[in-house]
Design a protein around this ligand. Sequence first.
Ligand code: CA
Length: 229
Amino acid sequence: MNNPTVLVVEDDSSVRNLIMTTLHAHQYGYLTAENGERAILEVTSRNPDVIMLDLGLPDIDGVEIIKKVRTWSEVPIIVISARGEDSDKITALDAGADDYLTKPFSVDELLARLRVVQRRLARSAAENAPAFANGPLEIDYEAGIVRVAGDEVSLTPGEFKLLCLFAQNVGKVLTHTYITDKIWGNSLETDVATLRVFMASLRRKIETDPAQPKIFQTHIGIGYRMNRL
Ligand code: CA
């Protein structure tokens, strides 16, 4: 797969230049936009493969841009936000963003986030497959069978549902609200506590070494991600 073209939406020229320099050095194509209006125009006219979106723009709120883009496009969106603004990240993820970077971020973090969405793009062809495989983890959706390193694992229906939700969103950070809403149809505070219990039990069954989880990543105060192994 060719490296994707990244649309960089950021009004701060120093951050924008850092991202552009990094993308250029690593053979990514890139487009830039300094505000939300320009961003929407670039998305519609140039069809980028990935969007990196600063949430604090001078004209349109970043979350509004995500909602707008999501009405017609599933293009991966990585939001860029300031440190400590967890509620902004959560709102952006719930609006359909895939991932986030917190300022100040390193070049390595930036490239790592891009690799995750690239893998997501690469696997989209296999999306409707009856089975799922990720590292040692295998799911046969129709038979309802889960295997880890070839051994069948016994899951409760709730755990199976939760695992399938992550499998359908590999590489994407899922917020507590998103998960509880999909699994239980609502998102009360108590459900977040229940989710924590479910995740702990799922990890014990799925992770080869639950003390050093590789499949599930915890984003404290935000949610969880299933890593692509
Ligand atoms: Ca900004």
